[in-house]
Design a binder for this molecule. Structure first.
Ligand SMILES: [Zn+2]
Length: 204
């Protein structure tokens, strides 16, 4: 049987080869404990994202397709898309699906905020932890952080940990991080069930 890691590596390799855009995109792929695959990138992914119809076809041709209960694309979870990191789009989508992410791999290292969040959510990430992020939004509670707010990144990360340990309370006292007005809400699309004809490929 093909392992989660092998399936994730196949999809990441396929995306690197076939879904290139003008800039390097940190595609991220995860599989939940319920055997559902969730795919995203910074700012989220929808069925209208370039290459998704071909990806759908390619996945349907793989022998391991039958071992998955579904394949979803994770959309943004707040209106501020660029601060919706790929890993967090997936975590928020999994929450909305009522599932728990088991394995996750990103095309590059997780930023430190994502790394702390994934550890808190008990996700097995196949990446190392990178550094600071300019903007980052919490996928489960009303919190934003990042180096555009202030220069106290290490204090922001400590505050993120305290926020998580406290259960993401709405009345949390923010010192180095910022309160987000709107609640995050994970969104997703079913990749294998849509009829996507926007890039010339017959309905998948
Ligand atoms: Zn991140």
């Amino acid at each position: 049987m093909t392992s989660n890691k092998e399936i994730i590596d196949f999809v990441l390799y396929w995306l690197r080869k076939n879904a290139r855009s003008g800039q390097e995109v940190n595609w991220t792929v995860a599989i939940t404990e319920e055997h559902t695959m969730i795919i995203s990138k910074v700012g989220g992914v929808t069925s209208q994202t370039r290459g998704m119809a071909l990806l759908c076809q390619s996945i349907k041709e793989q022998p391991w397709r039958a071992s998955l209960k579904g394949v979803y694309l994770a959309k943004t979870f707040t209106a501020d898309g660029v601060s919706n990191h790929a890993e967090m789009c997936i975590l928020a989508a999994a929450d909305s699906l009522g599932q728990k992410v088991e394995h996750m791999k990103c095309a590059s290292d997780n930023c430190e905020a994502c790394a702390h969040m994934l550890q808190y959510a008990k996700v097995n990430t196949m990446n190392g932890a990178g550094g600071a992020a300019m903007g980052w939004i919490h996928p489960r509670g009303c919190m934003a952080l990042g180096t555009t707010l202030n220069d106290y990144w290490n204090e922001q990360i400590k505050e993120l940990d305290r926020f998580n340990e406290a259960g993401e309370p709405g009345d949390f006292k923010h010192t180095f991080t910022q309160h987000q007005a709107s609640e995050p809400q994970g969104g997703y699309e079913d990749l294998l069930k849509g009829a996507y004809r926007h890039d010339g490929v017959p309905g998948c």
